[in-house]
Design a protein around this ligand. Structure first.
Ligand SMILES: Cc1cc2nc3c(=O)[nH]c(=O)nc-3n(C[C@H](O)[C@H](O)[C@H](O)COP(=O)(O)O)c2cc1C
Length: 226
């Protein structure tokens, strides 16, 4: 039966142990150079590159392979301006009390505030939507499974891909994010804005908060049972 067809695994090549070690070393070193950036250059990034990054994101695993995501890639300055205005409005409410003291204290070392100039400066904003229902075909309305997990993994792929090709990103989660549905013309029952990824090159004077450089030691984040 067609839906049970399998193909031989032809696109996998096992590394030698030395290659494995070398790749692990270089990938770890590369990923330790990834930083969330909040000051962007206006240097353009070609649309084709953004398309490829999104294809990389969409190669992520997903529950039942339903791929419960939709990406809206925005470079139009008028739309970026609208997003900045709305995000700053929401964020003003957030920073002026809605967040609560504990959350605001947690954000203090990052130095973030309600001003989001990078939403206009950066060449691309990618709004990631999660979808409750869907399926492989465009008009399918099957239930999607593990939507949050799947979209989170795809977003992780996207962040990693940006870094690997030499771009920087900012994971931005204005609260609430519902204004993005209207602006992106996806104001329906099925699509939910999941995250806003700002993508581009860093400004020349971009900085990294010391707080963000403190990563937990290995012993704290992992237990090995062998
Ligand atoms: C789910 C999520 C939401 C985030 N939201 C924001 C945000 O709204 N604004 C912001 O400036 N940074 C945001 N960040 C970035 C974090 O502050 C950042 O990842 C953290 O400080 C660690 O820094 P690093 O990414 O450079 O390792 C978010 C990160 C994640 C994973």
């Amino acid at each position: 039966m067609d839906h049970e067809q399998h193909f031989p695994l032809t696109d996998y090549q096992a590394p030698t142990e030395a290659e494995l070690q070398q790749r692990a070393n270089s990938h770890l070193a590369l990923m330790q150079q990834r930083h969330t950036i909040r000051s962007f250059s206006d240097r353009p990034v070609p649309r084709e590159i953004i398309q490829q990054l999104i294809q990389i994101a969409a190669s992520a695993p997903s529950g039942a392979n339903h791929q419960p995501w939709h990406f809206v890639a925005i470079s139009d300055p008028r739309i970026k301006k609208r997003i900045r205005e709305e995000a700053e409005l929401q964020e003003a409410g957030f920073y002026n009390g809605r967040a609560g003291d504990e959350w605001l204290d947690a954000l203090k070392p990052l130095g973030t505030n309600a001003q989001k100039p990078y939403l206009e400066t950066a060449p691309w904003l990618i709004v990631i939507f999660s979808q409750k229902r869907g399926g492989l075909q465009n008009n399918d309305t099957d239930t999607n499974y593990y939507v949050h997990e799947s979209v989170g993994i795809a977003t992780g792929f996207l962040i990693q891909a940006c870094h690997q090709v030499g771009l920087v990103s900012l994971t931005h989660t204005p609260k609430p994010m519902s204004f993005l549905s209207k602006i992106c013309d996806r104001d329906n029952d099925n699509d939910r804005p999941y995250m806003l990824l700002v993508v581009g090159y860093p400004a020349e004077d971009a900085t990294v908060p010391a707080h963000a450089l403190k990563k937990k030691p290995f012993e704290q984040i992992c237990t090995v049972l062998e």
